[in-house]
Design a protein around this ligand. Structure first.
Ligand code: DGL
Length: 259
């Protein structure tokens, strides 16, 4: 099937997932929605996050998307169950990679940096209960980080100061694995690596999401069959320049869309 897959996030963060997906599925066309006007989702109520996720899903379905990737931990942990019940199209979600971290930690202390909305969700707590028994999860809300990234700041002094404030207490508590529980945060990796000692393992879920996308396309017989060059359409309802910067490619179209 040659129709696109749809991807949405509260802003530019989900482009970190788009990159993983196009690396694994280079022939696959995509439509990406950056709902930057409504970022951050992380401070909103579950109801508001569900309403925004419905809006984004309906728009992606109007582009004939055959599968939707919710490239946002906050939207996944608060809305994906609802989306799966409401729509027949398959959904791939992203949530903090607690399971691989629980398997790797030696100190039995895993740090999770994520939004308030993700950390307070039932799905996050159920996953932790299921896959991290006997492991202490050190939860840290990344307040302010998404807002700065959405302004184009990802290596500034303000970012570095906030990260130090969030990461040092987890280090002091004995964490040896840090889970990046927000799709915006992989863009902070160079700064995070400057702050954390080299023995700390940093884990995000991007590659796993790409693999799951491939698995579902095959399972539902939706994989692309024709050998045409894929079209990648990117839409932002706030800052087209920033989105273009994050995808940093000549092979994609980035446009403003009022949604
Ligand atoms: N990229 C979103 C996530 O993964 C950011 C959340 C937000 O907008 O607060 O959680």
């Amino acid at each position: 099937m040659n129709t696109p897959i749809g991807i949405f996030d509260s802003g530019v963060g989900g482009t970190s997932i788009w990159k993983e997906i196009t690396q694994l599925l280079p022939a696959q066309a995509t439509v990406y929605l950056a709902d930057s006007r409504n970022a951050p989702y992380g401070n909103k109520s579950k109801e508001a996050i569900i309403a925004l996720s419905i809006k984004n899903t309906e728009l992606l379905l109007s582009y004939n998307c055959k599968l939707i990737v919710v490239a946002c931990n906050t939207a996944t942990t608060n809305a994906i169950d609802f989306l799966r019940k409401k729509y027949s199209v398959p959904f791939v979600g992203i949530e903090p990679a607690i399971k691989p971290a629980a398997l790797q930690t030696k100190t039995k202390k895993v740090g999770v940096l994520a939004t308030k909305g993700t950390l307070s969700s039932a799905l996050f707590h159920n996953t932790a209960k299921l896959h991290a028994s006997g492991i202490e999860i050190l939860e840290q809300e990344g307040a302010g980080l998404v807002e700065l990234i959405e302004k184009g700041e990802y290596a500034s002094e303000a970012i570095s100061d906030l990260l130090k404030r969030y990461l040092y207490p987890m280090l002091d508590a004995g964490m040896d694995c840090l889970v990046l529980g927000c799709t915006h945060y992989p863009y902070l990796l160079p700064t995070i690596k400057k702050i954390l000692p080299g023995h700390i393992t940093i884990i995000d879920s991007g590659e796993a999401v790409a693999r799951q996308t491939k698995t579902l396309l095959e399972k539902y017989d939706l994989a692309k069959t024709q050998k045409t060059t894929p079209i990648h359409q990117f839409y932002s309802n706030q800052n087209v320049g920033l989105l273009s910067h994050f995808v940093n490619s000549r092979t994609v179209q980035v446009s403003y869309l009022d949604f």
